[in-house]
Write a protein of this length. Sequence first.
Length: 898
Amino acid sequence: MAGHNLSSEALRDEIIKIGGELSKLYEWLKTYVPLLTGPDITSFTPYAGYGGSLIEINGYGFAEKREDNAVTIGGKPARVISATDSQLRVIAPLDVVTGPIGLTVGLKTVSGPYLFTLLPYPKAGDETDGPPIEFEGHGQGQAGDQPSTGKLRVAVALVNPADKVPADPVGARTAVVNAWNNVHTFYDQQSYTRLNVAVDVTPKWKTITGNTSDYLNSAGDNIDGMQVARLAAECAQACVDAGLKLDDYGMLACVIFLDGHFIRAWGNLSTQLFSYNDGSTHIDISTANEINYIEIQESANWGRFAHETGHNISAAPSFTQSDDETATLGEDVYSSDLVDPLAASAQDFEIMGNHDQHPGFCAYHHDKLGWCDGTNILDLQWDRNPFQQNYQLVAHGLTQNAAGGRYHMLRIRVSSGLFYYVEVRQRPPAASGQVFDPNIPLGGSPRDGGVVVYKILTDVNNTNQQWRYVTLLHDDQVLATGGIASDPARALTITVLDDNVASSPRVCSVRVEWAQAISDDPSGAFDLRVDPWDSNYQTPDIWVDRMPFGSFDQPNDSQGRPQGNGDKPRPHEINHLFGRVHCDGSAGATNVRVTYYAVDPPGVGDNGNWTPLKTTVIPNISAGAFVDTFVNWVPAIGQHTCLKLYAEQQLGEITGGNNFAQENVLDFEAPASSVPDAVLLPVAVRNPKKDRRQIHISLAGVPRGYRVQFPHQWVWLDGLEEKTFNLAVIPTVDYMMYVGKERQVPRRADVRIRGGVAYNYQIPLSGGVPPTRISPIGGITARVSPKRRVEVMMEEDREQSTGDTIGFIGHIAPSVPDQRIRVDLTDPAHRLRVALAKTDASGIFRVSFDLTQPPDGSAARKVGAKEKPFPGQYLCVASVLNSPDAAEATSNTVVVMR
């Protein structure tokens, strides 16, 4: 073994040198006896798996330093991620084959009692859990959402099954190229040239490993759920073979040749790993950042390509009008499968709806994507005061409006959960090159366009809700002169005064009025809100405050809320779980009931397995204000918990869908002496549906210097079932590369794990059945920070211990300056006092306690009643807790008698 001289002379000299010091001899024996006597493997699990599987090897005589254990599987080296003298955790090589597990420690090599067996890749129709996700990051690990302006690079991979070779490969490729040229033109026109969808198509069709039946489901109408990852990996390999560097692209279109056969396609997929191994084909392609991808057949309408591209575009950074489920355009505006199809009234005016009819984006999405100048958006705030005003609106043409006094849209804000947008839509004028809106419904209007009014709900949309974010406030057609859209509860009316002020582009005159006659009924005048989680599964409106209360690990944001989780919770003691509830609208709310929930372990999916902690009542929240409230929370030791806050919906509230939020951000440390330790996080995968479902899992956010492993790419679960698996996050380089002055890898890995279930629309649109989309069911972010492994030592500071004061002095080794230390003093009545300190340049810290001040959980010096110190035994312990550079550690217990 490298670094160990096991010659007899060296051993003799070493034993003589340390023989007189028993503690050193004990440590030496712990290190070298396994190297001399050798190990033995008694068992390992699982005995069958895939490349990337995590295997636990049990036995004795293992080296406790993981790097001193050399493991092979089928003769191929495996990665050891943790080690004790009786158990190793190893990751099978991606190209693993059936064969023995071998282990070398020191001079001895042994084999396991049976063979490890490579499992075959799951077949279409099999309801078996998928192979692992296992890869190393090599970039910054950024999210896959693509900016809505600038350049979006799309790689299009052309592949065909072995039994479906194109008879005219050049013609088939040209048809795909033409379709994507239309997609480019569509986004160029819709964004006023602000978004360039730049497409690279592989130069030829690549024959992939299976026949058509190997990829399609039993009905033959889509790629089978178990083959989605396989097809994506083979398409990624086709791009690499064609010289396309996937790190240069934000989106991958997997186009499979089926000779005109229709499939519904897959959308809303993303990954940082393309992997497939069937024993003879080994594909292992990881990307620097997350890549969104779709899977679709070669003959699909270009509108379907444009629609799926829309799922991958994020909102403009300046967009603040709503807090919907994610940054991306995640919603389909289909009528398909709704109990009331009329609830999707905007589908003919939205590319995220009836895409094969080629409508453009609605005004709300234009606003969200940042494609319209601010001078062409007029903001109006609804209130109870009488209002009436006329405006001229210009249709979205090939150039943006430059005329003063005219706008492309009106944006009427009722609350953060409800908006109305007003715009003009127009079919392509004669001799125009416009590719969008050729089929928007005109009703009986003689014009080629008219006014459209949208109602926008910005609630969180669960997978089983029967409504759409974007709907019309009128029938499914443009409004002509005299047409009216209204919201009677708010006395809000939009009237078309003239639909032909100008014809190219079409200009219409509208009147907006409200509160011309309104009662004092508060119905619809207020909206309770809790800011929802973002793409990292965190909300700013939930945070933890541990003792001493009022000081936080994280700095405050601009609204006075501590960032992230606030504090890392302390098990087995009282923590304060805070929540902030807002009240938007023109009226306040009273007696607001707020309930806090917890569930562990954290995971993806929500099967309702939440435990209520406590309900509090906020007496009053004024209009436009917020109130912070908290409950006591005592978490279990060693458990990481997801937290939820729910403000009960009240009678007359505008919407209840934005009344709750969830916090799934978890902080973990990888203690380090050289290469930091691996972190194993229990993750629960939950099926939110009542029937058996395939839960798709993806990992992202993995930067250079970290490796990840999760046991399955997908998991089959019965209705509302849950299973728990370990997510492994493995630092791969020396600690100093994370913290040195010339830092070469990110200091922290924000690894995101999320889940999704397939949603299959059943009712056809004009272009066939809509694509299958992965409907998100939630996820968590595991923040893993390599930190220096330290020891904490403390003793009574007799210089400070005078009269009614007890002082303590301690240090951490190795010395790390500016680290947070919490010191707990328990008095003879078992009451807890808490003090905070920071280490100095030498790693030393000092604290003192005034025993005349009654303990209250705060570190602040108090003015007021004092008490007589209790006689007896005082116990003091210091802890490193969520410090920036030192890993968690606890000191010796110091006993002081008074």
